[in-house]
Design a protein around this ligand. Structure first.
Ligand code: FMN
Length: 341
């Protein structure tokens, strides 16, 4: 096992297990991943990127592959239907990456139509050969993220995990839904457990973990060696630290927004929510300035998510439209989030 990939763990006894920020297209840009790290995510992964575009040196795809020294390990995720392009892209990323993650879970038609993402689960031999050739080509750990199956016929995540372990994949992550389900229904953690029990490499459980309670339930049911959180972290990167506090893995006093907020003890739940989100937003802006620069589209998306559910959130779109610069927009959202005090 490498430094970044620990050994498989036994049944959960309440002890700490790594928390992963799920790769999410349009969400997990570099500054967001950096905030998630500060908020307790132990691992972050880039959004998926088209391997063929990377091999053609497409600038927009390579921009998604940017990292920062504070994001260690750096785990780019790639997808594609062409095994040669997948291996070449992995090789091109190898000098900067610590681990290469392969996407076999995306249900979007533009991906499945090229027999990539979750569609590859319907072509298990092709999927396994693809992983084997990538493992052969690069000197880095290779990991894979998949669903339970395509939803046609029997689920095959467990047998695929066994075959991927045999060809050298070092860690596997399963989202407890099928391709056909997309995001509907409830994630099936018991099927994830079946795969956890069937292999000796660590398996990470993913799907519907949103707080300490669901994190504990998922770890108890699956015995997984880690948890991956997606939608629960959109607009709320603080979820990682909240889970760690809730499970007794860290103290509330260590939360960065508690340390940074005067009079935290006197705040009610709503005031605390504003304060936590403001801290996260301000850090997102600081990280953006320090790395990729303020990106209007990214900021707009995150601003809607960071303010969702808070009183007065409806006026956030208007606030953003009133600003003519990204700096003005950043400040307006920060001021809105300061208003909860
Ligand atoms: C907006 C969005 C974008 C996503 N993009 C990716 C992606 O790029 N790569 C990937 O493996 N999964 C992607 N996913 C799936 C998530 O990583 C995760 O598997 C899924 O959301 C289930 O976890 P959750 O219940 O914690 O959200 C995406 C999900 C969402 C909601």
């Amino acid at each position: 096992m490498t430094t970044f990939i620990g050994a498989k763990q036994d049944a959960w006894d309440g002890g700490q297990r790594p928390l992963f920020l799920a790769p999410m297209s349009g969400v997990t840009d570099l500054p967001f991943r950096m905030v998630a790290r500060e908020c307790g995510a132990d691992f972050t992964i880039t959004e998926f990127t088209n391997s063929t575009a990377l091999t053609r040196e497409a600038a927009t795809s390579w921009r998604r592959m940017e990292t920062h020294p504070s994001e260690s390990p750096f785990i780019p995720q790639i997808f594609g239907g062409d095994p040669g392009d997948m291996a070449t892209a992995a090789e091109m990323l190898a000098p900067t990456a610590d681990i290469i993650d392969l996407n076999f879970g995306c249900p979007a038609p533009k991906v499945t139509n090229i027999c990539a993402g979750a569609a590859l689960m319907g072509e298990p031999d092709r999927l396994v050969n693809m992983v084997a050739s990538i493992v052969d080509r690069i000197d880095l750990p290779v990991t894979a993220k998949m669903r339970l199956g395509t939803g046609k016929g029997e689920n095959n995540a467990t047998s695929l995990c066994q075959r991927l372990e045999d060809v050298g994949a070092q860690r596997l992550c399963i989202h407890g839904r099928t391709l056909r389900q997309r995001y509907a229904g409830v994630a099936d953690w018991s099927s994830i457990k079946e795969a956890v029990d069937a292999v000796d490499v660590p398996v990470v459980a993913n799907g519907d973990v949103v707080d300490a309670q669901s994190a504990a339930a998922c770890l108890e049911q699956t015995g997984a060696s880690g948890l991956m959180i997606g939608r629960g972290a959109i607009g709320r990167p603080s979820v990682f630290a909240e889970i760690k506090v809730g499970l007794g893995w860290m103290d509330e006093d260590e939360l960065p927004w508690v340390e940074a907020t005067e009079g935290w003890d006197e705040l009610n739940e709503e005031g605390r929510s504003f304060a936590a989100r403001r801290w996260c937003w301000d850090r997102y802006i600081e990280h953006s300035v320090a790395t990729v620069g303020l990106q209007g589209k990214w900021m707009q998306r995150h601003a809607i998510a960071f303010t969702k559910g808070l009183p007065g959130a409806k006026k956030v779109r208007t606030l953003m439209h009133q600003e003519s610069t990204n700096e003005g927009m950043a400040e307006a959202i920060s001021q809105f989030l300061a208003g909860g005090r």
